[in-house]
Design a protein around this ligand. Structure first.
Ligand code: TLP
Length: 339
């Protein structure tokens, strides 16, 4: 029997319809702007999130880092939350590629207060690095897939606008947020200067993310993508799967959320696990209070047929996605409660 793989929604494989679309895709050289399938995907993405333009990039990490490169100058400061993906999980790219200093604000479940933000914005003083960018994340990965309503960002966006500071949204899972709130992704992105979302997580495409923003922003982003070596040629092969992802796979995310809730209920009844956060979408962060080390727990679970990721001392992450089958949550639950 195959293991139940809850390590991430990135592990999903392209559907038969995606593979067919990839096989049949019309392609051209995208560096010349001549790949019709990439162009169609970029147009569709911009339309879905309500921005003027969009850029197809190989990964969410590259998308976020291009946004930083476009919005900031070297030596500026980027304000971000202490557990944000852009800070924790992008291999130090902010310093190494962006040449920016990171200003971390402690948040509660993935969001710092607007008061803390106000206090962190640098004044005009020769000793300080100017504040060049603020980033937010929705859904918030490390905060257990937390979904933010647009009102929760309103004051943050107002403060940044007063200070003329751009705001980037890491919306890798923005469609999960939209489905959870039963609203359009465009309504959640309104007021941001750029947004990145991923095709290769819950939406099931094999590769790719979209960076979205104004035409001027995307023109410069295209140059930065080239700098990072992310300008691809006949990328329509990949974009074709992305089009299917956007057309067919957004509404079904609801199913992933329901499965996460089902598993969360089982966990709550178990002796040694408790939820790190309420479960808003497809990510569960669970705290473990049994005798095993996190490493030993993860490898024992794997031997029993359940794959999860360690997520810090005494914590594991479980992510639901479209490659799961009916009964998988029950199987996962039965394995977990043994610990
Ligand atoms: N997240 C991955 C890992 O990197 C942790 C995962 O398994 O969840 N923003 C957010 C909020 C993300 O969760 C991720 C990927 C990214 C950006 C980066 O996307 P990729 O992996 O395409 O570079």
């Amino acid at each position: 029997m195959n293991p139940v793989d809850l390590r991430s929604d990135t592990i999903t494989r392209p559907t038969a319809k995606m593979r067919k679309a990839m096989f049949e895709a019309r392609v051209g050289d995208d560096v010349y702007g001549e790949d019709p399938t990439v162009n169609a995907l970029e147009e569709m993405a911009a339309h879905r999130v309500g921005t003027e333009a969009a850029l197809f990039v190989p990964s969410g990490t590259m998308s976020n880092q291009i946004a930083v490169m476009v919005h900031t100058r070297p030596g500026q400061e980027v304000i971000t939350e202490a557990t944000a993906h852009i800070f924790l999980y992008e291999a130090g790219a902010l310093g190494r590629l962006g040449s920016v200093q990171v200003h971390i604000l402690e948040g509660e479940r993935g969001l710092f207060s607007s008061k803390a933000l106000q206090g962190a914005i640098r004044g005009d003083n020769i000793h300080f690095p100017p504040t060049g960018l603020v980033t937010l994340e929705n859904t918030h990965n490390r905060a257990g897939g937390r979904v933010f309503r647009k009102e929760e960002f309103r004051e943050h966006l107002e403060i940044c606008s007063e200070h003329n500071i751009p705001v980037h949204l890491d919306g890798a899972r923005i469609f999960n947020a939209a489905v959870a709130l039963n609203c359009s992704p465009a309504s959640l992105v309104e007021g941001f200067d750029s947004v990145s979302f991923c095709l290769s997580k819950g939406l099931g495409a094999p590769v790719g993310s979209l960076l979205c923003g104004s035409k001027v922003f995307i023109k410069e982003a295209r140059r930065c993508r080239k700098i990072l070596g992310g300008a691809m040629r006949q990328a329509g092969i990949l974009a074709a799967a992305g089009i299917v992802a956007l057309e067919d796979m957004t509404e079904r995310l609801q199913e992933d959320h329901e499965r996460a809730k089902e598993l969360a209920e089982i966990l709550q009844e178990s002796e040694n696990f408790s939820l790190g956060f309420p479960v808003d979408s497809n990510i569960i962060v669970a705290a473990y209070r049994g005798n095993l080390s996190t490493e030993a727990l993860v490898s024992s679970l794997a031997k029993d047929g359940l794959l999860v990721n360690p997520f810090g001392p005494g914590e594991i992450r479980l992510v639901t996605h479209m490659d799961l089958e009916d009964g998988d949550m029950k199987r996962a639950g039965e394995i977990l409660v043994k610990y």
